[in-house]
Structures are given as C-alpha cells and as structure tokens.
Write a new protein. Structure first.
Length: 76
C-alpha cells in the first residue's frame, strides 16, 4: 500500500487529489487500495491475466472511497 501511495505522490497530474490550491482532497488512500488490488491480479495462481482495466475510476472526496464505473479483466 505504501508503494501505491508513493506512486500517487509522484504523479504531478494527481496534485488535484492532494488538495492543490485549496481544492477538496480526494480519497488518495482508497485510490492506493484500488491500485494495489489491480496489481494483485498479476499474482493470481493458475491464472494469467492478459488485460485488466478500470475506466473510469472516480475518486470521491477524502474518506468517501473510489467508484469503478466500468472494468474489464481478460484471462488467458
């Protein structure tokens, strides 16, 4: 989870989620959990994931989570 949070901190375009210019903060912790959950697909035993995507992923206000509007996982 810490690695996902670091990734979020490193992306300049995600500054808006961190309260850029006093805008409301997005739920970066929930975004990090979603990133971690997607990355765990690579660790599935006895399964190979050819594709995985969430589009769009809506980041709600701090403490309110994220919403995956549409998602796709294609197994080999």
């Amino acid at each position: 989870l810490a690695t996902a949070m670091e990734m979020i901190e490193e992306v300049p375009e995600l500054a808006i989620l961190r309260g850029f210019r006093n805008l409301p903060r997005g739920d970066c912790a929930a975004l990090a959990r979603a990133i971690r959950a997607m990355s765990l697909l690579a660790c599935l035993k006895n399964r190979v994931v050819n594709e995985a995507e969430i589009n769009p992923l809506i980041v709600k206000g701090e403490g309110s989570g994220v919403v995956a509007v549409d998602g796709l996982v294609v197994l080999a």
